[in-house]
Design a protein around this ligand. Structure first.
Ligand code: HEM
Length: 374
């Protein structure tokens, strides 16, 4: 069973010092090209970090270009720190994936505001959004990497950390496009149309009752929130929403001290799979709250949410400890099974991990590039 160690910190594994390349040195340039994961990545690097060809001879008085970022070396460093036995289920991939999603998930198509460009969560206003609770740990884990590679923007680093985490755990390999730049202060809130509360909430607009089929009354309103107020606002369709949730919530766990929810969605929360989609359809799910202390007695204390929160679990009152590995679903997860617009896509992903991997990879790239201008 998982300890769920939570948000106490934990020392990231460090690797030997990275190699820096001097763009004025033709040998360094060659090495950088060679080290880049692909030529496209190398070209993208040129675009964002100051073109190599713009670098003039040392004698010239021209203003120097910003230092180039060795993205292959950043990737290497991120990969080395990804497995971390001191953290949760042993991997930083889940919290990095969530950081990238929450930095991107503020995008609003109509006004063009929000999105991963800017890394606004470094500042107190966005960091204090209740939906971002706990992500300070992810940002702190990445701080040493930023110190080693100061030329990479925070907004690029957060997205790259998620991509490396996905690839490292058997998820899709997403081509990284650098070029995001960081807000220098909180003035971005004054931009036309920027507003608070753009991230989804797991129990918004719900009533207290449960219907004859065990669904929380008002789930259609929650579905409307997720679909229209959040994902359509960013420019996604139903299939992409389902792909994003099935690929995202196969990772990691909820922490009572952060969101109030508790436990992992799947048995193996540090590897990519379609387990979330398959289990949502195949397993039986029961609504529980903080008062359900029988969970503790049945070996499922890690699934008991904080006071005032409700979630679905795969444990039944009166069952035997160890009947099932401890797993949960938020009410906002269950709408994928209940909503007739989402359900057909869920069924596809429950059948095919390959299809999920492909569609999730595409949707996650789109998500993390919203508003970036490329
Ligand atoms: C309706 C939309 C969504 C809602 C309401 C939601 C809600 C949540 C909540 C409440 C948590 C627990 C946070 C904690 O206690 O630490 C969480 C964790 C997580 N979410 Fe979501 N989420 C949504 C969509 C997504 C998407 C689209 C992705 C990625 C593509 C994603 C990736 C994750 C990951 C990886 C974690 C685990 C983090 C960790 O282990 O620290 N979520 N989500």
């Amino acid at each position: 069973m998982h300890g769920g160690k939570g948000f106490g910190g934990g020392e990231a594994t460090r690797d030997p010092g990275p190699t820096y390349y001097d763009p004025n040195d033709p040998k360094g340039k060659q090495q950088a090209i060679h080290k880049a994961e692909s030529f496209a990545e190398y070209l993208a690097k040129r675009g964002s970090a100051g073109s190599w060809s713009a670098v003039v001879s040392p004698r010239s008085r021209a203003v120097a270009s910003p230092p180039a970022v060795d993205y292959a070396a950043v990737r290497k460093e991120l990969k080395l720190m990804m497995d971390n036995p001191s953290w949760d289920d042993g991997s930083l991939a889940p919290i990095f994936i969530r950081l990238a999603w929450h930095s991107s998930g503020t995008f609003d198509k109509a006004s063009g505001t929000g999105g991963s460009n800017g890394a606004g969560m470094r500042f107190s206003t966005e960091a204090a959004d209740p939906e971002n609770a706990g992500l300070n740990a992810a940002r702190a884990f990445l701080e040493p990497v930023k110190k080693r590679f100061p030329a990479i923007s925070y907004s690029d680093l957060w997205v790259l950390a998620a991509y490396v985490g996905l690839e490292h755990t058997g998820g899709p390999a997403i081509q990284f496009h650098p070029g995001r730049s960081d807000h220098q202060d909180e003035n971005y809130w004054k931009e036309k149309g920027m507003s608070y509360g753009r991230l989804p909430a797991a129990e918004k607009y719900l009533g207290d009752e449960v219907d004859a089929e065990g669904r929380v009354v008002g789930w259609e309103r929650l579905s409307n929130h997720v679909r229209h107020e959040v994902f359509y606002r960013m420019g996604f369709n139903d299939q992409e929403i389902v792909a994003l949730l099935c690929g995202g919530h196969v990772y990691g766990r909820a922490h009572p001290k952060a969101s109030g929810y508790a436990g992992p969605w799947v048995e193996n929360p540090t590897v990519f799979s379609n387990e979330y989609a398959a289990d949502m359809i195949e397993d039986e799910w029961f609504l529980v709250g903080h008062e359900d202390t029988w969970l503790d007695e049945q070996g499922a204390a890690e699934l008991r949410p904080a006071l005032g929160k409700r979630q679905y679990v795969n444990q039944k009152r009166g069952g035997q400890a160890g009947d099932h590995p401890n797993q949960m679903m938020l009410v906002s997860d269950m709408i994928l099974a209940w909503d007739p617009g989402f359900r057909p896509h869920l069924e596809v992903y429950a059948q095919s991990e390959e299809r999920l991997k492909e569609d999730f990879g595409k949707a996650f790239k789109k998500l993390t590039e919203l508003g970036c201008g490329f």
